[in-house]
Design a protein around this ligand. Sequence first.
Ligand code: GDP
Length: 136
Amino acid sequence: MKEKTLAIIKPDAVKKRIIGKIISRIEEEDFEIREMKMLWLTKEEAKGFYVVHKDKPFYDSLTDFMSSGRIVVMILERENAIAHWRKVMGATDPALAEPGTLRHSYGFSIERNAVHGSDSPQTAEWEINYFFPKTQ
Ligand code: GDP
């Protein structure tokens, strides 16, 4: 069954001018891009998106980073989209990500790791609604 996930090209990757490379990979992996837009989040919007991490020591730094420049947010659709996109992204820490994954290729640190993907169907629904409230 087709599934949707929310993907983000983070500010580090936009600044490195690799939006095109990441979108090429998305298409090579047979995802359909159902929605896409470029945004520059405010600190408050970044805090809202990552509210699940509000008690983590990296919350302030993460939300500073995510509001430090433009991002590209997308709804991706394919079979098994959530797990497949996370496999294509690789581990959170680029140093631990497998060769061939986006974070291995393009990530800079555990925080500046180029891309985001939802981690469960519930999260995907919530995250899609956060950025695309009318599309569900
Ligand atoms: P993800 O699902 O692989 O993106 O990882 P998490 O949900 O655990 O974390 C969300 C985001 O917070 C990550 O993608 C990183 O940008 C950032 N992050 C995660 N762990 C750390 C950490 O230990 N330190 C810092 N500075 N940022 C982190």
